[in-house]
Design a protein around this ligand. Structure first.
Ligand code: BG6
Length: 474
């Protein structure tokens, strides 16, 4: 029993958090390149953006990141040494179309990813490609306002066509948008949305989300047409919402939070706006404008599999007590007294992963893929860069056990698991380097200092064994 024989073990990264080389090979400027680290970051990723350019006094962690742009061969060799079956990475849109609206793609950018895919196949690693992971050309933000403009669908599909054609036979697993529900919480980072005084932010966000949903369905159609082997997934930030108590109001509020996140997958997987969303959006005057074919497009092209990130569950109280809140991926929620917390205050809830897997599978009945999970923690390397990261091993072990239970005991159809940040990379929420997830340590600090040398942590050897034994030895 245990995990299926062909289970896809691996790791996941995003271009802006690991590649660097932000102005090399003809790459254009992207939204993520103008998100600095430090205290301004949070407001900027939420859409409070004053200037759409880089300032000399701020530090922009995506510009160099961990320089995978120049280290990819070494890094993929290390993934192969751990036995990876799959490597999830994202395409930097502006490497392919620097402004987003060019007629022809940038050859150097296309070649860069082709090299990566060849490198993966050399080691029998299957690439899993996120087409858009917090990525939007700045030029398209300046000229058309990012995803709030329907024209983005055409630009996105132009990118997709190039990718599906160029990488036919090299890539068959694709995700259309990373954590599509993040648009509600980090709209600049997620969709290039900039808000001005007096904007109806919620209305704009749902209009932009609608454009992404249509784009995702049309990309699915295109991918299937170009290559029948292609498998397309949606991807959302998951983590079940628990009622803070059995008070019916708490249960009701928790249901609302789950629905806010499932809304996206309901559309992408079941193919239509769920009735609860139609009612609620109309009530708030946030129902997006649609064109007459949109309903048919969404219905005709649902995804093949459902992928998600899981870091933590959430706990929802109908009466919010600001003194009793916990951080977490996406947003803060009530502090769950039964859980332990990470150094960044995120709840640690392995059983929550089994609960989430079951909920998602019950709801969609499609193959599932966990494409992010991990512990962001501070590491102290010895003089050789070795880190005794037992805390990370403990977190992953417990989550993989929970995942195994979901597969073995509950019958969830799970096709793979890619741990987040197998190599240390820049944190999306804080821009820090010290929030590390990797099995591989990278010598770089929050101010951009360091040799960029890579070294294996204790968890590297542990994960290698997990993969070798197909999850039998944890
Ligand atoms: C997910 C994102 O939200 O969580 C990743 O898809 C991100 O890009 C990850 O890095 C972990 O969050 P953070 O803020 O710790 O980097």
């Amino acid at each position: 029993m245990g995990f299926p024989k062909n289970f896809l073990w691996g790791g996941a990264t995003a271009a802006n958090q690991c590649e660097g080389g932000f102005n090399e090979g003809g790459r254009g400027l992207a939204n993520v390149d103008i998100c600095p680290s430090g205290e301004r970051r949070s407001a900027i990723i939420r859409g409070k953006v004053d200037d759409l350019f880089c300032k000399t006094e701020w530090h922009y962690p995506s510009h160099e990141a961990v320089d995978m742009y120049h280290h990819y061969k070494e890094d993929i060799a290390l993934f192969a040494e751990m036995g990876f079956k799959v490597y999830r990475l994202s395409i930097a849109w502006t490497r392919i179309f620097p402004n987003g609206d060019e007629q022809l793609p940038n050859k150097a950018g296309l070649q860069f990813y082709k090299n990566i895919f060849h490198e993966c196949h050399k080691y029998n690693i299957e690439p899993l490609v996120t087409i858009s992971h917090f990525d939007c050309p700045v030029h398209l933000i300046k000229t058309i306002g990012g995803w709030k403009n329907r024209k983005m669908i055409d630009y996105y599909l132009k990118l997709c066509k190039v990718l599906f054609t160029e990488y036919k036979g090299l890539v068959k697993y694709w995700l259309t948008f990373n954590e599509i529900n993040m648009i509600l919480h980090a709209p600049f980072m997620g969709a290039g949305l900039v808000f001005r005084e007096g904007d109806d932010e919620e209305k704009i966000k749902y209009q932009a989300a609608h454009h992404e949903l249509v784009a995702s369905a049309l990309a699915t159609k295109m991918a299937h047409k170009i290559d029948a082997e292609n498998k397309i997934g949606c991807m959302f930030a998951a983590g079940s919402a628990y009622p803070f108590s059995c008070k019916p109001q708490d249960v009701w509020e928790a249901l609302q939070v789950d629905r806010e996140n499932y809304f996206f997958v309901d559309v992408q997987s079941r193919g239509e706006y769920p009735s609860y969303a139609v009612k609620a959006l109309k009530r708030k005057n946030c129902m997006p404008l649609m064109q007459k074919d949109d309903t048919a497009i969404l219905k005709s092209h649902p995804v093949d599999f459902v992928a998600f990130s899981y870091y933590n569950s959430r706990c929802i109280a109908s009466e919010v007590d600001p003194a009793n809140m916990a951080a977490g991926n996406l947003f803060a929620s009530a502090k769950n007294p039964y859980l332990k917390y990470s150094q960044w205050g995120w709840p640690i809830d392995p059983l929550g992963l089994r609960i989430t897997l079951n909920e998602v599978y019950d709801r969609y009945q499609k193959p599932l893929f966990i494409v992010e999970n991990g512990l962001g923690a501070m590491d102290t390397p010895d003089e050789n860069g070795y880190v005794e990261d037992d805390y990370r091993i403990d977190y992953l072990r417990e989550h993989i056990k929970a995942m195994k239970d979901a597969v073995e005991l509950d019958g969830v159809d799970l096709i793979g698991y890619t741990a987040w940040g197998p190599i240390d990379l820049v944190s999306a929420s804080t821009g820090e380097m010290k929030k590390r997830y990797g099995f591989i340590y990278v010598d770089k600090d929050d101010d951009g200092n360091g040799t960029l040398a890579r070294s294996r942590k204790k968890s590297f050897y542990w994960y290698k064994r997990v993969i070798e034994t197909n999850g039998e030895i944890l």
